[in-house]
Design a binder for this molecule. Structure first.
Ligand code: ATP
Length: 235
């Protein structure tokens, strides 16, 4: 049976500025099983980024319980949370967040250097090349990110997210900076990764892309509603 990768119980997030409180997330209960493909939609300001930040251990909830891969994160130190993040989570952002000063190869290698200090340079080269080949960029190892198209840069970001073999991919508006053709290609790669068993949680404004996920979750004023849909398989 599949294991829960993400378990949230009563997770709330309150921001307070000058005595004004914003309830960004209100008592979220959510379980994401291994292999699940989840999309999160909702209007601007409904709490999507706050939810993804907590899932990705970039921020802590104000209250509630969060477990990733069975491990409770509430009592972790900053360093322990960073280590767990490097090991368990692959991030894909709207703006790619690649480093232009270093090669595509070195960008993809970075999470592996942080998550497994003992990895040999041969094993690293093999894994980085494998991930870049998976996204069709095995011939671009020595390019700098700014020498690539937007769609290619997002594919590098996907390779980087996969390189340390994380438990879950957290994907924030992956097509927001891309034309529709490149956006479709990125979504096809995410579909393939999920078909191979990869767990994906994706925030998107694009209803066409949200419906590719088997589980569609909608946030409104920090509260969740959910719909499970079985995608029709292409014949
Ligand atoms: N660091 C912060 N300090 C104070 N308020 C914040 C902070 N981050 C988010 N908020 C508030 O929390 C609420 C939820 O914000 P969040 O960024 O999670 O929404 P979102 O759904 O991702 O929005 P968008 O689609 O526009 O990116 C908003 O009202 C926002 O103003």
């Amino acid at each position: 049976m599949n294991q829960p990768i993400i378990e949230m119980k009563g997770v709330s997030k309150v921001f307070e500025i000058d005595d004004i409180q914003t309830h960004a997330l209100q008592s979220i209960d959510l379980v994401v099983q291994e292999g699940q493909y989840l999309s999160i939609t909702g209007p601007s300001g409904c709490g999507k980024s706050s939810l993804l930040s907590i899932m990705g251990l970039l921020d802590a909830p104000t209250s509630g319980e969060y477990k990733i891969d069975g491990q409770s994160v509430s009592s972790l130190s900053y360093d322990a949370a960073s280590k767990l993040r490097n090991k368990k989570i692959g991030f894909i952002f709207q703006s790619f967040n690649l480093i232009d000063e270093i090669s595509v190869f070195d960008n993809v290698a970075l999470p592996l250097r942080y998550s497994d200090e003992s990895v040999s340079s041969e094993a690293m080269a093999q894994r980085v090349t494998e991930c870049l080949e998976l996204v069709g960029l095995g011939h671009r190892l020595n390019h700098k990110p700014n020498q690539l198209s937007g769609g290619q840069q997002q594919r590098v970001a996907i390779a980087r997210a996969l390189v340390a073999n994380p438990s879950v991919l957290l994907v924030d508006e992956p097509t927001g900076n891309l034309d529709s053709k490149s956006g479709d290609q990125i979504m096809d790669i995410l579909d393939d990764l999920n078909a191979q068993g990869r767990t994906i949680c994706m925030v998107t404004h694009d209803a066409r892309y949200a419906t590719r996920a088997k589980t569609q979750l909608n946030l409104l004023d920090g509260q969740l509603s959910y719909s499970e849909v079985e995608r029709l398989e292409a014949v």
